[in-house]
Write a protein that binds this ligand. Structure first.
Ligand code: G4P
Length: 281
């Protein structure tokens, strides 16, 4: 078992609630299903983070998808703080059974203890900083119970473990691996950027075909390499001797995609990811 997994198992024993961050652009591919097993018996909420980069139509569909499965879910933007206030109410709802059980036993006003989990780059650190803010006090070690752990007290009802649980991305399925690469959850250094961006263009062509035409003033070519070549020419990504620099063009497209300059895009939808999302707007 990996050290990260062992640590997560240890930490889960200390908490009541798991706050799972997923990337709103790929809410299923950015989950690790093992959290279901690891978090058995714990209250759970899912946050669709980076919802500002995902399609509003997609966000609604994914919210409905999780709700239908009985999972408490919210759209958030950890960078701007959008949606974070609503978490407090959702925590109380998600933990209602536990709160009622405590009450029966005569335990009142015991704060809910929570931890944040997610795969790399979903925004765990940004979320903790933004949600807790500067005003939050760190409660430090609790003798006997949480040796070595730091808790952030948000208010009398909620305490958060200050270090997030890092889930490992699961990418045996090549399509999932590809989507994880798009959002930067797989180390870019092990990826050939031109190939990845050709995959990205193929997905964008299916889902948001107008975005590339509008941003780069090019038409879709027969294949993705030709489209990337057209983008390289349109943007002056040239190597010596007037040949196109595809790597530079690929980096430009990737950067535009990741920063939302190509528009808000959801790269997978519940049940199917075939239909063009643009058709629904
Ligand atoms: P991690 O702990 O899960 O690994 O992720 P981390 O918080 O480091 O966030 C990864 C990147 O995602 C950061 O960008 C962060 O600013 C960005 N991010 C986090 N939440 C959101 C969100 O809701 N919306 C948007 N648009 N971005 C978000 P970075 O490029 O690595 O750093 P920086 O450009 O912010 O300095």
């Amino acid at each position: 078992m990996t050290k990260a997994k062992r640590m997560m198992q240890e930490n889960i024993k200390l908490i009541d609630l798991i706050i799972e961050l997923v990337d709103a652009r790929i809410p299923l591919s950015s989950r690790n299903p093992e959290i279901d097993e690891l978090g058995k018996g714990k209250s759970r909420i899912v946050l669709l983070n980076k919802s500002d980069l995902a399609d509003p139509v997609g966000n609604k569909q994914w919210t409905a998808y999780f709700q239908e499965k009985g999972i408490h879910v919210l759209e958030v933007n950890s960078k701007s703080g959008m949606g974070l206030k609503a978490i407090h109410g959702l925590v109380q709802t998600a933990c209602a059974e536990k709160i009622a059980r405590d009450k029966k036993r005569g335990i009142v006003n015991r704060p809910i203890r929570a931890m944040v989990v997610g795969i790399p780059n979903v925004g765990k650190s940004t979320f903790i900083n933004s949600f807790c803010g500067r005003a939050c006090a760190k409660t430090g070690n609790k003798p006997g119970v949480t040796k070595g752990k730091q808790w952030i007290k948000l208010n009398n009802k909620l305490e958060l473990l200050d270090t997030p649980g890092i889930l490992w991305p699961k990418f045996e399925d090549p399509e999932v691996g590809m989507r994880l690469a798009f959002i930067g959850s797989i180390n870019d250094e092990i990826i050939i950027v031109e190939e990845m961006v050709c995959d990205l263009l193929r997905c964008i062509r299916t889902l948001y075909p107008k975005s590339i035409i509008e941003r780069y003033q090019v038409e879709w070519a027969e294949n993705e390499v030709d489209t990337l070549t057209a983008i390289a020419k349109a943007r002056g990504c040239l190597a010596k001797g007037e040949t196109v620099n595809l790597k530079k063009a690929a980096e430009l497209v990737l950067d535009d995609y990741r920063s939302g300059k190509l528009g808000r895009m959801t790269m997978e939808l519940p049940e199917t990811n075939i239909a063009s999302v643009e058709d629904e707007t």
